[in-house]
Design a protein around this ligand. Structure first.
Ligand code: NAG
Ligand code: NAG
Length: 361
């Protein structure tokens, strides 16, 4: 039928062809415009953005843009490794990232390694290839250089891949407490049976925000009395774990922020009561979008009997499956996903219980 009388189809085809530009016009005008390009504050101009090398993520991992400009990419988690020594638990993280083939396109890794340390930091290989290391600068404990490094990591991750939707800060002393899948499903609020479509929820940042602490007044005045006003009044000053998981929205807000950063980057008169990295992000986000924050971190730490502001460090003799189960337990909606601090020689025992305990959720 069709082949014998093609003529009635011709006008239809013609009409369709002619209307395509009109359709495109409407689509591009009705659909929301793409987000404006992110302009970074001057402080980040010195940022040498790393080139995406071809080794990692070289395959087109997501479907190409459809004609109407919509994308069909799954959101990813950006893991921001901040370190000034070797990534001692790289093999464990390798297992975490590579445990399930279906997770391979759901994360990106960025490493900020202090380039000035005496013992040059090794590139572990595997998922931690050279191109994952961003241009870093010196970092010193208890100084704003740690904020700067975190901002550098966030900036690289934001500009590198629009699919990065959560930004998780990790140190070389951190370990995972669950599988990647479990973390992913938790962050994106998927239950294990939902894999296809993500719910259009407004995600929250997992960042600890504490407003009552005996050290708060000292820390507030660590750069000199009244230095923080008017940008940060004392009753706006917050403390929280340096380790957070931020939403993309908050990550961009942090990068654009300059008022508070100007204050927090001032030198500390008393370094032992300053720790700007524990204040900047919590204070800023609580000021601008408290509702968008959970108020707690996903990274467990043990402050019992802390020495010189260092939390308890776990050694091999303390490791057991019970410890992992205990560290996961939280008073919040989600269990803890990461824990610190672990001594480097914990690697072997941790690897031994990786499949049976850590990555069994
Ligand atoms: C890998 O992830 C998929 C999707 O969540 C899951 O169905 C599957 O069981 C996982 N495989 C393993 C070996 O954990
Ligand atoms: C926390 O550290 C203390 C020692 O500093 C230890 O006795 C305790 O068992 C640790 N708690 C957990 C949950 O590991």
């Amino acid at each position: 039928m069709i082949s014998s009388s093609p003529s009635p189809w011709l006008p239809t085809l013609l009409l369709l062809t002619l209307s395509l530009p009109i359709l495109f016009f409407f689509a591009s005008h009705i659909l929301p415009p793409p987000p404006p390009p992110i302009s970074l504050p001057d402080e980040l101009d010195d940022l040498t953005l790393f080139r995406r090398a071809s080794t990692v993520d070289s395959q087109p991992t997501h479907k190409p843009k459809s004609r109407l400009g919509s994308t069909n990419r799954k959101p990813k988690i950006a893991f921001l490794f901040l370190t000034n020594t070797n990534l001692q638990f790289a093999p464990l993280w390798e297992k975490f990232f590579n445990g399930n083939q279906s997770s391979l396109n759901l994360f990106n890794i960025y490493v900020h390694a202090d380039p000035t340390v005496k013992t040059k930091i090794e590139i572990p290989g595997g998922v931690f290839t050279k191109d994952r290391f961003i241009a870093g600068k010196a970092t010193h404990r208890g100084t704003a250089s740690l904020i700067a490094a975190a901002r550098r990591l966030i900036a690289n991750a934001i500009l590198d891949d629009p699919s990065n939707q959560f930004f998780t800060l990790i140190s070389q002393h951190c370990i995972p407490l669950h599988s990647f899948r479990y973390l992913y499903n938790t962050l994106f609020e998927l239950n294990t049976h939902q894999v296809a479509e993500l719910r259009g929820l407004k995600y929250k940042s997992f960042i600890e925000i504490i407003d009552q602490d005996p050290n708060l007044w000292d820390r507030y005045n660590a750069r000199g009395k009244n230095v923080m006003v008017p940008e940060v009044k004392f009753d706006e000053f917050r403390v929280g774990s340096q380790f957070f998981t931020l939403t993309r929205r908050h990550a961009i807000m942090v990068l654009k922020e300059r008022k508070l950063w100007k204050k927090f980057r001032l030198p500390c008169l008393r370094p032992q009561s300053c720790y700007p990295e524990e204040h900047y992000f919590s204070t800023f986000l609580s000021m601008v979008d408290l509702d968008g924050c959970t108020g707690y971190t996903l990274t467990r730490v043990n402050w019992t009997d802390s020495v010189n502001g260092h939390p308890h460090t776990y050694y091999p003799n303390e490791l057991s499956s019970e410890l992992i189960y205990n560290l996961r337990k939280s008073d919040f909606v989600q269990p803890y996903m990461f824990a610190r601090k672990f001594s480097p020689d914990c690697l072997d025992p941790l690897m031994e219980m990786a499949d049976k305990v850590i990555f069994r959720d």
